[in-house]
Design a protein around this ligand. Structure first.
Ligand code: ADP
Ligand code: ZN
Ligand code: MG
Length: 331
């Protein structure tokens, strides 16, 4: 038996049944603006901990965020490269949760009015994967701020400590979300590589996954071939290369198929798993938070973002040639 997304058990699985995966990607692209999204701190990877912070990105009472225009321009450029629509007016919201790397207790993000929406890119698949072109829908791309970073270590006294570095708190991100259009780990790796090429061509992000400048979360479910409805999806985080992404997906597909064939479809639950590179497998991390838990509400300290046609046109006019155009020209 296989469960529908709404939990109903309706499908009989026989040994002849073959499955296909349904995959959607959420990518956090760290924008390389000189200063953070809402304050004048300059982020630098590897800087001395807690030297790139100020009252604004630390969320001290009485401070006010001011939106950095460079962040908006980079967001528009990436959105345009993804053939997305750019919203003439959008807003920011507070996504609230508690975690030691989040000094404010909320993250400024865009909830229901993302800067970019409704895009599409054609991804060229490597010849060794059969070649061809995969069309991937882009649901949305929205601006938000990054959180700080925790590291865990054993001190000289032999006790365990957690260290909080807030340098990254408030750094600008563009979160790009795809439609569930991808079907294999190789397609996902090709999509990720094309996205990285785009942000690099635009000089909006260095695309260095090992430094966390580009972080991909993959959402994976499986279904019998020919079936229209989706199965329950699992989110996998913490892969630091496209190769690792492909392997994590292949592992997840095999794990889910095995559970279904063993009659344990109820054990596929909506959860976040982490990729364990050493063990080459995904490990359960936490149950997925419900949307209501974040208590999104409009950020009262940032006015609506209103973009003139002239502002958008200027960004688009100064964009360099994109990877797809270069490929077409060389061909
Ligand atoms: P959530 O509310 O859990 O964040 P979303 O609907 O916003 O879920 O989708 C997040 C990502 O998961 C998107 O990339 C989307 O395409 C993908 N996705 C949604 N449903 C499924 C599914 N059943 N299987 C695989 N991927 C999915
Ligand atoms: Zn700051
Ligand atoms: Mg979502």
């Amino acid at each position: 038996m296989l469960a529908d997304d709404d939990g109903a058990l309706t499908i009989e699985v026989t040994p002849e049944t073959t499955f296909e995966a349904v995959i959607g990607i959420e990518t956090h692209v760290q924008l390389n603006s000189k200063t953070k999204a809402f304050c004048r701190c300059a982020y630098a990877y590897g800087a001395e901990p807690n030297t790139r912070i100020c009252p604004v990105c630390m969320g001290f009472p009485g401070t006010l965020p001011v939106l950095n225009s460079a962040v908006v321009k980079k967001g528009i450029a990436i959105g345009t490269a993804l053939n997305a629509k750019i919203r003439r007016t959008s807003k920011f919201d507070r996504k609230q949760y508690f975690y030691p790397d989040l000094p404010k207790g909320y993250q400024i993000s865009q909830f229901d009015e993302p800067l970019c929406y409704d895009g599409v890119i054609d991804v060229v698949l490597p010849v060794e994967d059969g070649g061809g072109v995969k069309r991937v829908g882009i649901t949305r791309a929205h601006l938000e701020e990054d959180a700080g970073k925790l590291t865990h270590a054993v001190g000289e006294d032999g006790k365990k400590y957690s260290y909080a570095d807030f340098n990254r708190a408030g750094v600008a991100l563009l979160e790009i979300v795809t439609e569930p259009d991808l079907r294999t780990g190789r397609e996902v790796a090709a999509y990720g590589a094309e996205l990285r090429r785009i942000v690099r061509f635009l000089e909006a992000c260095d695309g260095d996954m090992s430094r966390g400048s580009m972080r991909n979360d993959v959402n994976v479910s499986i279904r019998p071939v020919g079936r229209e409805t989706f199965g329950t999806k699992v989110e996998v985080k913490n892969m630091n290369s496209f190769n690792a992404m492909a392997r994590a997906i292949d592992y997840e597909i095999a794990r889910q198929e095995e559970l279904i064939r063993a009659g344990k479809v109820h054990e596929i639950v909506q959860e976040t798993r982490t990729w364990d590179e050493g063990a080459q497998k995904t490990v359960a991390m936490r149950k997925k938070e419900g949307l209501a838990d974040y208590r999104y509400f409009p950020e009262p300290d940032i006015p609506r973002l209103k973009l003139s046609d002239a502002f958008i046109e200027e960004v688009v006019r100064t964009m360099p040639e994109l990877p797809s155009a270069v490929r077409a020209r060389y061909a």
